[in-house]
Design a binder for this molecule. Structure first.
Ligand code: ATR
Length: 282
């Protein structure tokens, strides 16, 4: 059997854990595959993707800052990718790219499976309205949450996200300046990229938190530290980083490509163990 080619595109991409995760899934499932990390700036992504396809690339993941461009380069996209307006998983079929997004499903699976949370009827605060927020908002609604409040530094983007969700009964946008007046939330999701700028901390009103609040950062590693530090000091019951979501979105992509769902617990545990700098949720 020839080795199938897969990759993750991003900019930067050197730190990506995806090659390690997919290699581990491949070993576990007895599927030979090559999965590499390819650095592509936004203006070079389309050409890099064509080159990858010409070299036999069968599928790829796409990460920052290329997810919206990836969506625009797909001939077809799943309904969840269309709702997100972004793709993190592309599959080559009949000479064309088919787009999907597995981020939202990955987050929900991590929260409900690994973390044991019941999301139904929960009041959820989503901080941020960029690509990461758009990727997870539909899946949170589909998981049965009671209310989604979207707050973003630039309010127009929060309005646009909420409009695109098309659920005026459950999803609302509010101003960042009004966080103090929003009451408390059972789940607080940080989908901003603020933590990637190591110079700044994270602050938000303590009134957002009750004794059962769970905070989750879609980032992992150093980028998740400021928000998770705030969540702990604010008294959140749990503060979870995005490593579990990363492994789960990868499993979902692996299943799309190979038709087999890999087990994720061992891979998750290995990543936690091997890189203690990621262990911000323990
Ligand atoms: P991503 O794909 O990671 O979501 P993005 O689309 O550039 O990246 O979105 C970044 C998000 O983080 C946005 O919601 C952004 O807010 P703006 O829309 O106002 O730019 C948010 N963000 C970035 N830096 C921030 C900061 N210092 N404070 C608050 N929000 C910030």
């Amino acid at each position: 059997m020839s080795t199938a080619r897969f990759a993750v595109f991003g900019h930067p991409i050197a730190q990506s854990l995806s090659p390690r995760i997919h290699a581990a899934f491949g070993r576990q499932c007895g599927i030979p595959l090559e999965y590499t990390a390819i650095d592509a700036p936004p203006d070079g992504f389309a050409a890099a993707l064509e080159c990858f396809a010409a070299d036999g690339g069968r599928g790829c993941n796409v990460t920052l800052p290329l997810k919206e461009i990836a969506f625009s380069l797909c001939t077809q996209a799943s309904s969840r990718a269309q709702r997100a307006g972004a793709c993190n998983t592309l599959t080559r079929r009949d000479g064309q790219w088919h787009g999907d997004t597995t981020d939202g499903a990955g987050l929900v699976r991590d929260l409900t499976g690994r973390q044991g949370l019941d999301l139904r009827a929960r009041r959820v605060l989503l901080l941020g309205a960029g690509g990461a927020a758009r990727g997870v908002a539909p899946a949170l609604l589909d998981a049965g949450i009671g209310e989604l409040v979207v707050v973003n530094r630039t309010p127009e983007r929060a309005d646009a996200l909420v409009d695109a969700l098309g659920e005026p009964g459950r999803a609302h946008s509010r101003y960042w300046e009004d966080l103090r007046e929003l009451g408390d939330f059972e789940l607080i999701v940080n989908a901003t990229s603020a933590g990637r700028d190591q110079s700044s901390g994270f602050t938000a009103p303590l009134s957002l938190v009750n004794s059962r609040s769970v905070a989750v950062d879609l980032n992992y590693g150093e980028a998740a530290i400021p928000f998770l530090a705030w969540a702990r000091s604010a008294g959140c019951l749990e503060a979870i980083d995005g490593l579990g979501m990363l492994v789960e979105q990868a499993a979902e992509a692996f299943e799309l490509w190979h038709g087999v769902r890999p087990l994720t617990d061992a891979v998750y545990a290995e990543l936690r163990e091997r890189d203690k700098t990621l262990a911000t949720a323990d």
